[in-house]
Design a binder for this molecule. Structure first.
Ligand code: NAD
Length: 447
């Protein structure tokens, strides 16, 4: 099939490359000329494991091309995906739909023949109706069906997620799109990915409900971690103890510094706004947003307390800046609020991230960068593990401690154990685990 993808960012580029890998003929369009010329030269503008090879193989095979020229790419396509950004709108937190609507108008002007227009961007319930209205108003003779097909891939595991999804949700109001969308995803039948057809509004809401639920789960265990700290319980054991209950499940129960990233913060906020607009307040989601916002900055206070209450003039080393490992994405990363809180208290920051430094430079100021974890530790008064990259999971703690001036180690991802950190000479603080007690994860008699 001939597919055009409007927007070649984390979602558009991964989806486009995977569709091409399925054998479809794909054109990825983007307004950003730098991005497109880099892609034409075989350079990948983002870090995503496996993406470079996938793009290059499919580009070489002639199934994947890149352009800034939207009109011919849309005119020749049977299916046009909209994968542009939907960031938080400044001021009120609603999803900013201006990129989606601009793409819809551009598509309307260029479209020829029967075409299925698919919104893959995360958009509030009812946006498909508006996209359809814009297309009909801009070009009354356009023969177009508008479909919702939200994307559930995770950065860092995006290709695997796209090719082996838990489900594919397709929301449509016109049956003519059903066969076309089945053909688009036919290669995934082999992987037995369930294709779920719903109404368009339902599909739009499924995406937000999913993200809000996961954000709520993380926030729940984060609050439990606070309670564990005050009561001498161990949050990792609590998480395991509840996660083994099949109704709860063990994923997304790792306590940490609060969720961040390009999706959860903006999507939870947008869902809250939608609930308010429809007079159906989503109080659990409202609380989730509020608790998580407060938590990121509270992590700064936790670090300052661990360092004796005063960090003015001290050097604090930060391990990991991206919102999670295996991505270079810095959007709404907890590190931004943490670094800001420490800088506000007068600390100097030195940091290392395996892939995120270039993106971090665009959003955080006045950081000195090191080449690795040991360079970060060199002469530092304290060390904070913020993102659990695998490069930080097996560090030589004795070597780190020997390089440092102070002895504080704050592990916001519970990667290490108290005993081993203390044996290396650290004063060690983690999340939701009792100090001085055994921090081994609970075992089960039957194991
Ligand atoms: P992104 O910012 O990485 O990419 C968006 C791209 O669209 C940019 O390159 C931009 O230049 C381009 N663009 C904007 N307007 C355009 C236009 N009119 N024509 C052509 N190109 C245009 O964003 P992303 O992370 O890929 O997210 C895209 C959408 O997918 C968002 O709605 C997001 O919520 C959703 N989503 C993201 C993820 C994720 O992990 N990043 C996962 C699931 C869903």
């Amino acid at each position: 099939m001939r597919i055009t993808m409007i927007g070649s960012g984390y979602v558009g580029l991964v989806s486009g490359a995977c569709f091409a890998d399925f054998g479809h003929d794909v054109t990825c369009v983007d307004l950003n000329e730098q991005k497109i010329s880099a892609l034409k030269n075989g350079q990948i503008p983002i870090f995503e494991p496996g993406l470079e090879a996938l793009v290059s193989e499919n580009a070489k095979a002639g199934r994947l091309t890149f352009t800034t020229d939207l009109a011919p790419a849309v005119a020749s396509a049977e299916v046009v995906f909209i994968g542009v950004g939907t960031p938080s709108r400044r001021g009120d937190g609603h999803a900013d739909l201006s990129y989606v609507y601009a793409a819809a108008a551009d598509i309307a002007r260029a479209v020829t023949g029967f075409t299925v227009v698919v919104t893959k961007s995360t958009v509030p319930v009812g946006t498909g109706d508006e996209v359809e209205r814009i297309i009909r108003e801009t070009n009354p003779s356009a023969d177009v069906v508008v479909v919702s097909n939200p994307e559930f891939l995770r950065e860092g595991a995006a290709i695997e997620d796209f090719k082996k999804p838990d489900r594919i949700v397709i929301g449509l109001e016109d049956e003519r799109a059903r066969e076309v969308m089945s053909d688009v995803y036919r290669p995934l039948y082999l992987n037995q990915a369930p294709l779920m057809f719903t109404g368009r509004r339902t599909a739009e809401l499924i995406k937000y409900a999913g993200n809000a639920f996961l954000a709520m789960k993380i926030t729940f265990i984060n609050e439990m971690a606070d309670l564990c700290e005050r009561t001498g319980a161990n949050v990792q054991d609590v998480a395991r103890g509840i996660g083994l209950d099949g109704r709860i499940g063990s994923k997304f129960l790792n306590a940490g510094p609060g969720y961040g990233g390009s999706c959860f913060p903006k999507d939870t906020l947008a869902l809250v706004k939608t609930g308010q607009d429809y007079d159906a307040p989503l109080r659990l989601v409202e609380a989730t947003v509020e608790v998580n916002d407060r938590r990121k900055r509270a992590m700064g206070r936790k670090i300052i307390t661990a360092m004796g209450g005063n960090v003015r003039g001290k050097t604090i080393g930060i391990l990991g800046l991206t919102f999670k490992p295996n991505t270079d994405d810095m959007r709404d990363a907890p590190s931004i609020a943490i670094v800001q809180a420490l800088q506000d208290a007068g600390a100097k920051i030195r940091a290392f991230d395996p892939e995120g430094i270039e993106m971090a430079k665009q959003v955080i100021n006045n950081i000195e960068y090191a080449d690795d974890a040991y360079g970060v530790a060199n002469g530092a008064d304290g060390l904070v593990l913020v993102t659990e990259w695998s490069a930080f999971r097996g560090l030589d703690l004795k070597r780190l401690r020997a390089a440092m001036n102070g002895d504080t180690f704050v592990d916001l991802r519970n990667v290490y154990r108290q005993k081993e950190a203390e044996a290396a000479g650290f004063s060690y603080t983690s999340i939701g685990r009792p100090t001085g007690a055994d921090q081994s994860v609970g075992t089960i008699a039957a194991e």
